[in-house]
Write a protein that binds this ligand. Sequence first.
Ligand code: ATP
Length: 224
Amino acid sequence: MTATAANASPVAVLGGTFNPIHNGHLRSALELVELLGLERLHLMPCANPPHRQAPGCPAESRADMVERAVAGEARLVCDRRELARSGPSWTVDSLAGLRDEYGPERSLGLVMGCDALLGLERWHRWQALLDYAHIIVIARPGWHLPGAGTVAEWLAQHRMADPDALRARPAGGVLVLELRPLAISSTEIRALCRAGRSARYLLPEPVLDYIETHELYRGTADDN
Ligand code: ATP
């Protein structure tokens, strides 16, 4: 192992539909950067979500909003790699790409909320995720860790005790963190926009401006 890569700060990626990105995502992202001493956190919009209805809002627009949200915070970057691929946006493929870019020794983390963890078994090649990265699970209001079943057993097998363990190896562990809970969801923001009510202060002002300029989230619940 070269001293440079082994000693370098970890990097991580937070994927999501970001439809739209909001202050819950951003506050968690920043807290992760500081808590884990990350060099960089990639915010990666999902182009074609395999496990949920395709968002009516195009991936390009969702990525543009992420770009605007992180402008001025160099430790957060918008990662458009899933927009460049066709077909379902498998996370494991994105992790393989990040692993290639950062090399085999850099500690790499995939961030997901508890809600995503509960559905992990349905992810394409889910057990290979740990070959490429650690998984960092964020506790979210109203959600609990799986208590029984395959994912619960997998969690018990791979769980790391504290954030320092993230630096000890490049991949392979699961870290569960509790961050400041901000009860904000994209669903709620879309509903406010549809109802003609203000979503101000739930998301950054440049994102709100983008939504207004491009008249996003004005349609029915089914085409958001
Ligand atoms: P939707 O309401 O459309 O389901 P969402 O607000 O949950 O969207 P996503 O883009 O699906 O946002 O979330 C991306 C990631 O961010 C997921 O891992 C999710 O658990 C996490 N996340 C979403 N909202 C918050 C929040 N308020 N605080 C911390 N993490 C969040």
